[in-house]
Design a binder for this molecule. Structure first.
Ligand code: NAD
Ligand code: TDX
Length: 332
């Protein structure tokens, strides 16, 4: 079985490739990744050469995608521009990669009759009020807020249309906020951990009351494997680990685990249009595919993640000054 993984040098994709090659001895994996600022080939170090190939390229490149899809049995599509704050600064790469790139993948899997799994986000559903008992499920209407989430919503709708109109064999999953090793330090949790490791105060947007539904990246990827093994074609599966926490709560836990006072942070400018709360109802994937998260204690997951960033300074330190300088310009 040959699997093509798009965006495999990014955070979730690289963790997925490690999981695949460690756990499934008969698989061959090809990664296609453009190596944007968010991709890092070092995240794929140590993989078995005889079963792993890396291609640097763009998912918008029609010819290249057609050829790579033709050579594969299954495509798992992670590649995306993924950071909300960047999408507010410069939306075009989001439209290009997330919408046009997904279109290219869809046309190639249609032409060669290949199985596709499309990775998406809970942000396509918009946000919930803090006191709303509701959670997102696969019947929740799409209502994205940012250019990032709008382009992810667009990509999901393209996949649905290609399933219905052309019989493409695709599934979709919408997951909540991931954390774990190899996450770019522009994102909330690694930004704060690496700030503390560099002697800088963590930065909290606005009031810090916004809630995210955290899941360890490994639990997300095990769920994706379940969908590939036994998901029903045309279905959407929501993935979440009942991990709702306010940003302030998460930050206080990180500070405590790293031996700093709970109030050792700076309140900085809020994100325009900042979504208030995300929450996933994971009962469909639990019931239909028998998936359950392994990390039920976020404190334990955060501790492991802090250890990873502490022990892999060479992976993130070269990026740190530029990431913080870009945030500083926006008062964040
Ligand atoms: P990431 O930014 O860490 O990685 C994205 C990867 O895609 C990078 O390696 C980048 O080089 C590559 N890429 C970007 N544009 C490309 C292009 N045109 N052609 C080829 N490669 C390209 O992102 P991530 O956090 O790992 O997210 C992966 C996927 O999971 C995305 O589709 C994202 O929407 C989705 N998702 C992320 C989260 C999360 O919490 N991070 C949650 C739910 C869903
Ligand atoms: O320095 C910060 N301070 C802060 O308070 C940063 C970078 C973020 N925040 C807040 C904003 C959010 O409420 O923390 C929360 C999480 O922020 P991000 O890590 O940027 O994630 P989010 O915008 O929630 O989106 C993430 O989850 C869904 C991923 O980046 C998306 O790719 C995924 O689709």
């Amino acid at each position: 079985m040959k699997i093509l993984v798009t965006g495999g040098a990014g955070f979730i994709g690289s963790n997925f490739v490690h999981l695949l090659l460690n756990e499934q001895p008969d698989l061959e994996v090809t990664v296609i990744d453009k190596l944007t600022y968010a991709g890092n080939k070092a995240s794929l170090d140590g993989l078995p050469n005889n079963r792993f190939k890396f291609v640097q390229g763009d998912i918008c490149d029609e010819k290249l995608i057609d050829q790579l899809v033709a050579e594969s049995d299954v495509v798992v599509h992670f590649a995306a521009e993924s950071h909300n704050d960047n999408s507010l600064r410069e939306p075009w790469p989001f439209v290009e990669t997330n919408v046009v790139g997904t279109y290219r993948i869809l046309e190639a899997v249609r032409a060669h009759d290949k199985r596709l799994h499309h990775i998406s986000t809970d942000e396509v559903f918009g946000d919930l009020e803090l006191d709303d008992p509701a959670k997102f499920n696969d019947k929740t209407a799409y209502n994205p807020s940012s250019p990032y989430s709008a382009t992810k919503a667009g990509s999901d709708l393209l996949v649905r249309a290609w399933v219905r109109s052309f019989g493409v064999k695709a599934t979709i999953s919408n997951c909540s906020n991931n954390y774990g090793p190899y996450q770019h330090i522009e994102k909330f949790i690694p930004r704060q951990i690496t700030n503390i490791l560099s002697g800088q105060k963590p930065k909290l947007y606005g009031s810090g009351q916004n809630i995210r539904d955290w899941i360890h990246v490994n639990d997300h990827n095990v769920a994706v494997l379940k969908v590939l093994e036994s998901g029903r074609i045309g279905e959407t599966y929501l993935i979440g680990a009942n991990g709702e926490k306010s940003n302030k709560e998460v930050l206080e836990t990180i500070l405590e685990l790293m031996g700093k006072p709970k109030d050792w942070f700076e309140a900085v400018n809020d994100r325009p249009g900042h979504d208030m709360r995300y929450a996933i109802d994971p009962s469909k994937i639990e019931r239909e595919l028998g998936w359950k998260p392994g990390y039920t204690d976020i404190e334990q997951g955060l501790k492991q993640t802090i250890d990873w960033y502490t022990n892999h300074k060479e992976w993130w330190q070269p990026l740190k000054d530029a990431v913080e300088a870009a945030y500083k310009k926006k008062g964040q």
